[in-house]
Design a protein around this ligand. Structure first.
Ligand code: BGP
Length: 468
């Protein structure tokens, strides 16, 4: 069935500073924890990545040509404040002014994220957001950017507070590589949500005319056997860890009794505590109705079975299908029905999960104002042939997800745009360069861009707005 996207629905692309820019060590940029962590743990590094630091005029020209109306970009905090605080680096400031000017020249709306996984090393080594001083430094950095980059209309505080806690303290695939520590995970979630709320308050109190929001990754969690109460509970607990805790903080300004009960249940079992100050709730409460938009990153859903054995998580970073496993004592284990398709990295492809997640936000958080799908896309080992990639599989993936977005809009959801991850191929944090997502294939040696078939399809979509 043909479905139409509204005329004012933005079709965009997404990038992130550390995954696209390269130039990790030039023009005064400060180190980030990833620099050393990649060197110690992975077979790839973040240089030159897609060399966006130098190639951005070409990428923005491609946006214009292929109907990409908006672009998610993040500012590298350590380009502006090499030590995360203190002295400003003018070359970093200048780079982002030039980048935003180029966006305007090409008619591309920049959606700018302040933090996309890349806390400066000087602060990361002091505990990152587990250290409350980082909250203050983040708010200072945000305040500086709001004033300096007045050409930006759309601001996002954080990209994916959930996966940061998850990657840093549960799976251990992000620096500092700690595993199975749920207390640290919730503390990180909480402190980052306070930092978000303080930045929003700052933005609104200063009277800036643009819009501000936060981007959450929201994987939908289903019970493997819906008639089994233990599987139902496993799905609920997984949902609290990844989604509900941060959504409550964003839109309720507190943790609902059900959420808090789940957190307590998990802390009783796994040990540790979460420190929450009464003033934190005043801040969350004051900011909860001021979010102009919610960004949803959606890639996958999960099915959960009850599980009481030892915690063991294996991350599939190489694209060897079936090599991952995830089981947490007292939470559950991931076990999807056989019939549901997965990528080579074991990410479950389930567009319905995006629809269900949007509806859940509408139902449980009616004070949300509007939603952008700020990331969605398919990681694949693309092959370049005759200067293009025949990525019908990606077109299919995007089409299916946009179709449920159109359904959600028809059912009353305020969804205003979709940003494909990623604009061009970039590097993937814990999977390297073989996992490609872009509309444009990047030869990482020559930095040449090649439009994939999906780019031509997206161009057409941007003109016609029909999904077949
Ligand atoms: C999101 C991140 C992106 C991007 C994407 C794809 O979680 O916001 O930065 O990396 O996922 O994930 P991956 O690179 O692990 O395949």
């Amino acid at each position: 069935m043909r479905k139409q996207l509204p005329k004012d629905f933005l079709l965009g692309g997404a990038t992130a500073a550390y995954q696209a820019e390269g130039a990790t060590n030039v023009d005064g940029k400060g180190a980030v924890a990833w620099d050393q962590f990649l060197a110690d743990n992975y077979w790839f590094k973040a240089d030159p990545a897609s060399d966006f630091y130098h190639q951005y005029p070409m990428d923005l020209a491609l946006c214009e040509e292929f109907g990409v109306q908006a672009l998610r970009i993040s500012i590298a905090w350590s380009r502006i404040f090499p030590l995360g605080k203190g002295e400003v680096n003018p070359k970093g400031v200048d780079f982002y002014h030039r980048l935003f000017t180029e966006c305007r020249k090409r008619g591309v709306e920049p959606f700018v994220t302040l933090h996309h996984f890349d806390t400066p090393e000087a602060l990361h080594s002091q505990g990152d957001f587990l250290n409350r001083e980082t909250i203050d430094h983040f708010v200072d950095y945000a305040t500086f950017c709001f004033q300096e980059f007045s050409e930006v209309t759309y601001w996002t505080t954080f990209n994916e507070i959930g996966p940061i806690g998850d990657g840093q303290y549960l799976i251990g695939k992000f620096p500092p590589g700690i595993q199975y520590n749920l207390a640290k995970l919730f503390q990180s979630h909480h402190n980052m949500m306070v930092a978000h709320a303080r930045a929003v308050l700052q933005y609104k109190q200063a009277g800036h005319p643009g819009q501000i929001g936060v981007v959450h990754a929201l994987p939908t969690k289903y019970p493997y056997d819906p008639s089994n109460p233990e599987d139902v509970r496993a799905a609920e607990l997984e949902d609290i860890i990844h989604n509900k805790f941060i959504l409550d903080a964003t839109y309720l300004g507190h943790y609902s009794p059900g959420t808090w009960e789940g957190v307590q249940e998990l802390l009783d079992l796994h040990g540790g505590q979460v420190e929450i100050l009464p003033a934190d709730f005043e801040i969350l409460e004051a900011a909860k109705d001021l979010n102009d938009f919610l960004g949803i990153n959606y890639y996958m859903s999960d099915w959960m079975q009850a599980y009481d054995g030892e915690t063991a998580i294996v991350h599939n970073g190489t694209g060897q299908k079936g090599s991952s496993s995830y089981q947490i004592r007292g939470v559950g284990r991931r076990q999807a029905p056989e019939s549901i398709p997965k990528t080579d990295w074991d990410w479950i492809i389930y567009p319905q999960g995006l629809y269900d997640q949007i509806m859940r936000v509408m139902r449980d958080y009616p004070n949300y104002k509007k939603i952008y799908i700020t990331e969605n896309g398919l990681g694949y080992k693309d092959e370049l042939r005759d200067d293009t990639v025949q990525d019908g599989y990606r077109i299919d993936y995007i089409r299916q997800h946009l179709a449920v977005v159109a359904d959600a809009i028809a059912d009353g959801a305020q969804v205003k745009g979709y940003f494909l991850w990623s604009l061009m191929d970039v590097f993937s944090w814990s999977n390297g360069y073989d996992k490609r997502y872009g509309l444009f294939y990047v030869d990482f040696e020559t930095q040449q861009r090649y439009p994939k078939q999906s780019a031509y399809w997206y161009q057409q979509l941007s003109k016609e707005r029909w999904i077949d």
